[in-house]
Design a protein around this ligand. Structure first.
Ligand code: COS
Length: 384
């Protein structure tokens, strides 16, 4: 749903201009330094990018899902690490509060997340609990008006920068599955919370992850999301439904950028006396990429519109994440191939993108988890 086409057009235009004039020229340096320059983070705050998906009453832009994916297409036309910094405040870091939080939790955290004063992070994965998220072992034991958390969370995006974490922990030790899990808001300075050293990743330099460790970490009981034990796993799944659709939109944007670079290279690079774009085998790679990007874009827009209309889009979100992330991997591979030897050299952006986009098939649910979810929902629908 697009609320006001003119306002949205202005937003899309300013995001596009910012991405192409400020972020694209900073990509190479970002990859070298592993840091986003503070001046660019200030620009992101000024543009309202940290609060795009936070309701207007809490200082955000309150974008609908359709508006959000349109912005994500533009934002993703550069290194994914830039989007990653604002990604958690708009997605997995804030949505638990927005979807299931109490009014007090919303009032306390959302305005600071919307302004970008506070960075949010989502802590679900553990050393022994990845795809099988319901097997998580971090414990939360009530002691008067606090919960005491113990356990380790792994590969937590934006943890080094985070001011507040949405942490899934087991409040019912007798329930080994999803029903025993609750979600908490844990502030970075909480006693007993510490961070591991930053992970050294294959790509997405500038987007930071690390372990988050809880050792008798005391969290006020009022920070239990929704003030209700046992609903934390469902909160996490609802957050991921939306997150997966957003990541699919990001895959579309990055793929468009890689195809843009590949086309420009193919038109400029000459072999056998003419631009390689004139050769049909190169044209096949360009055309397949264009068609697949168009398909993913159409899927993402359709699912976004359905979500705005109030439909349950669990299956569609998984379809979009599966197709768009796999498509993005294929486009990255073709973009490197079209560049030939140059595609293997760090001077060309496609070398970096090739490594950056590998993550899309893994995080927020692997391709195999998306397949499992789609098929499971199909079987469920057929038997009810
Ligand atoms: N929305 C609302 N509720 C949901 C839901 C959703 N999208 N998905 C599941 N639930 C509910 C179920 O209805 C079920 O509730 P009841 O017990 O009341 O019936 C409960 O949550 C447990 O769900 P389920 O039985 O499907 O749990 P499983 O252990 O089988 O787990 C998968 C399912 C594999 C889907 C889950 O563990 C998963 O998504 N894994 C991937 C995790 C991930 O993406 N990690 C990425 C890191 S975070 S960036």
């Amino acid at each position: 749903m697009i609320r006001d086409p003119q306002t949205l057009a202005l937003l899309l235009d300013s995001v596009k201009r910012f991405v192409r004039s400020k972020l694209v020229p900073a990509e190479h340096r970002l990859a070298e330094t592993d840091e986003i320059p503070p001046a660019l983070i200030d620009d992101m705050r000024e543009l309202g990018l940290f609060g795009m998906c936070i309701p207007e009453q809490y200082g955000g832009l309150g974008l609908t899902m359709e508006e959000e994916v349109l912005v994500a297409f533009e934002l993703a036309w550069t290194s994914p690490a830039f989007r990653s910094l604002i990604g958690t405040n708009n997605g997995i870091g804030s949505q638990g509060i927005i979807i299931d939080g109490t009014s007090a939790q919303k009032e306390k955290y959302l305005p600071r997340l919307a302004s970008g004063e506070l960075i949010a992070s989502f802590a679900l994965t553990e050393p022994d609990s990845g795809s099988d998220a319901a097997s998580l072992r971090t414990s939360a034991v009530r002691d008067g008006d606090v919960y005491i958390l113990n356990g380790t969370k792994r590969y937590i995006t934006n943890a080094p920068e985070a001011g507040v974490f949405t942490v899934m922990a087991r409040t019912d030790p007798n329930s080994k599955g999803a029903g025993g899990i609750s979600a908490f808001l844990v502030e970075a300075g909480a006693p007993g919370l510490s961070l591991g050293k930053r992970d050294i990743k294959m790509g997405q330099k500038g987007a930071h992850t690390c372990d988050v460790i809880f050792e008798n970490c005391r969290v006020p009981a009022e920070n239990l999301i929704g003030s209700q034990e046992g609903i934390g796993f469902k909160t996490a799944m609802k957050v991921l439904d939306k997150g997966r659709l957003h990541i699919a939109a990001v895959c579309v944007g990055v793929a468009e950028r890689m195809l843009n670079d590949a086309l420009a290279y193919a038109m400029e690079r000459k072999q056998f006396g003419k631009p390689i774009a004139d050769f049909q085998l190169i044209q096949a790679m360009l055309a397949d990429s264009k068609a697949e990007i168009y398909a993913a874009r159409s899927m993402v827009l359709d699912a976004a519109r359905r979500r705005d209309a109030g439909e349950d889009i669990s299956t569609e979100a998984s379809c979009c994440k599966l197709f768009a992330s796999e498509m993005c991997g294929r486009v990255a591979d073709r973009a490197v191939q079209i560049h030939g030897g140059a595609g293997y050299i760090a001077e060309y952006a496609v070398e970096r993108f090739y490594r950056d986009v590998r993550l899309f098939r893994i995080y927020e649910g692997t391709s195999q988890i998306q397949q499992l979810l789609i098929a499971r929902n199909m079987i469920k629908a057929a038997t009810t």
